[in-house]
Design a protein around this ligand. Structure first.
Ligand code: MTE
Length: 447
């Protein structure tokens, strides 16, 4: 790949939380803030910063290259200063965040992944989204047990030590809450990609295939049609999973991104149910029951159902269909210059691999095919990138994912025709970001 010929445009990052009113109203405020920040870090006045930012080697030259900084001349920090490494202090704005007012208590809430600030396909464990129905716990693994009962010849109780000695697999998968993008069913609701799409993350999970444990307990091959996963938190989280899926690619996982699961994500044990909505990925997993029919528990009969336009509702709609979103440029960001921009985003499908992602900069009239980076994994994130030269005109940026079953991500209009506007779950519509002439990027819905 060669460096683009056009001038490289500068991008003001999205505020790492909701826009404050003054910023949302005035692109000029954001532009000034950006320049003031450049000025402060370079020790320059505003006008000089504006000049330096567009051409850092003009005038008297950039002091950051002319003067040797302390870190080039003195002894640095010792090894193991942080026994467990942390991100740079300059990155502290990148955080999981709770959407204000979404739920009454934060123990039964969501913290969204800042998709606008992550690269590639793996979500750093500390930024993996969180969704708890009744708060999280840091459970002592030496006391944690997994029981398998129901239609099995040998009901068993496993310790963590037992489980970690069994054959293991490691696979990269996305997990998406069925309620991701829920706030956008009726209309535009939240300003940034963190809040429109941040209930999805992608990690490498390690654990024992559920099929190994079911075999070990001698599950009833004739009558065992479903399993029930049960969590050890106070939410009585229980989910039915059909046996063919349970035997296919479900993992009883203890590892995430090369280390033990984080407490927020189910330490020491959780179900990984690739392609299926997050609620079925039962955290703090303590019991698996084999049965001959669906359990229809509260989280299957009352919650996690799709209300259809005719007043009926769909149950057990677990699969997360193909979906994509442009993460940069995205809502709340600001383009400062005309010139070259790298449009980047994420695509995923609960049915398999992403085959193609198309990108439009004119609200869906014309589409170009984006580059898919790296090897494609089934039921995992795909990172896409495409070049774009912004000439200062208003633009509507969209991405459209196509998976290897041929399924095409629908427009908001197509989705609403089938599903109406009163649903909560499984909103996989094409996302639109409007770039105004001022360079401001905002969340819009176009048909
Ligand atoms: N498991 C238990 N035991 N308790 C819970 O509250 N939340 C579920 C699921 N598993 C939940 C649970 C929901 S709704 C989702 S979307 C995922 O966990 C979120 O997983 P994460 O917090 O690791 O992102």
């Amino acid at each position: 790949m060669t460096k683009p010929q056009q001038k490289l445009g500068r991008l003001v990052k999205a505020p790492e939380n909701f826009l404050v009113k003054e910023d949302a109203k005035s692109p000029e405020t954001m532009r000034r803030k950006f320049l003031a920040a450049s000025a402060a870090s370079a020790g320059l006045g505003l006008a000089a910063a504006a000049q330096a930012a567009s051409n850092p080697v003009s005038g008297k030259g950039d002091p950051n290259i002319l003067n040797l900084p302390e870190h080039s001349t003195l002894l640095g920090m010792p090894v193991a200063a942080n026994g467990y490494g942390l991100p740079s202090k300059y990155e502290k704005g990148l955080q999981r965040r709770e959407s204000p007012g979404l739920t009454r208590v934060s123990a039964a809430s969501v913290a969204f992944t800042p998709l606008q600030g992550t690269f590639g396909i793996i979500t750093p464990s500390g930024l993996h989204f969180e969704r708890h129905h009744q708060g999280w716990w840091d459970i002592d693994p030496s006391k944690h047990r997994l029981m398998i009962n129901g239609l099995v010849k040998n009901p068993k109780v496993y310790t963590m030590d037992d489980l970690m000695r069994l054959p293991s697999v490691s696979r990269i998968h996305f997990i998406e809450c069925g309620a991701n993008t829920a706030m956008e069913w009726g209309n535009v609701a939240v300003p940034t990609v963190q809040y429109t799409h941040g209930m999805v993350s992608c990690s490498e999970f390690t654990g024992v295939p559920l099929s190994v444990l079911l075999e070990d307990c001698g599950y009833d091959k004739k009558n065992g049609k479903y399993i029930l996963g049960e969590g050890a938190d106070g939410s009585s989280m229980t989910r039915t999973i059909p046996m063919d899926r349970a035997l296919d690619d479900v993992i009883v996982a203890y590892g995430m991104n090369g280390e033990m699961l984080r407490p927020e994500n189910g330490y020491p044990l959780r179900l990984v149910v690739p392609g299926i909505q997050g609620v079925s990925w039962v955290k703090w997993l303590r019991r698996i029951e084999v049965g001959d029919m669906k359990w229809a528990t509260k989280d299957e009969a009352v919650h996690y159902i799709d209300l259809m336009p005719d007043g009926t509702h769909r149950q057990y709609t677990g699969i997360q269909e193909a979906k994509s979103v442009i993460t940069s440029p995205s809502g709340g960001q600001m383009l400062l210059d005309k010139g070259f921009y790298n449009i980047s985003g994420l695509a995923w499908s609960g049915r398999g691999k992403i085959k193609r992602v198309d990108v439009s900069v004119d609200g869906g009239k014309n589409w170009r095919t984006a580059r898919l980076e790296g090897p494609q994994h089934a039921k995992a994130f795909s990172r896409f990138n495409i070049d774009w030269v912004w000439k200062g005109e208003p633009a509507i940026l969209q991405s459209r994912a196509i998976d290897d079953t041929g399924y095409v991500q629908p427009t908001v209009h197509q989705l609403r025709e089938v599903r109406g506007t009163r649903s909560i779950y499984h909103n996989n519509m094409i996302q639109s970001w409007k770039v105004a002439e001022s360079g401001e990027v905002s969340n819009v819905q176009v048909s």
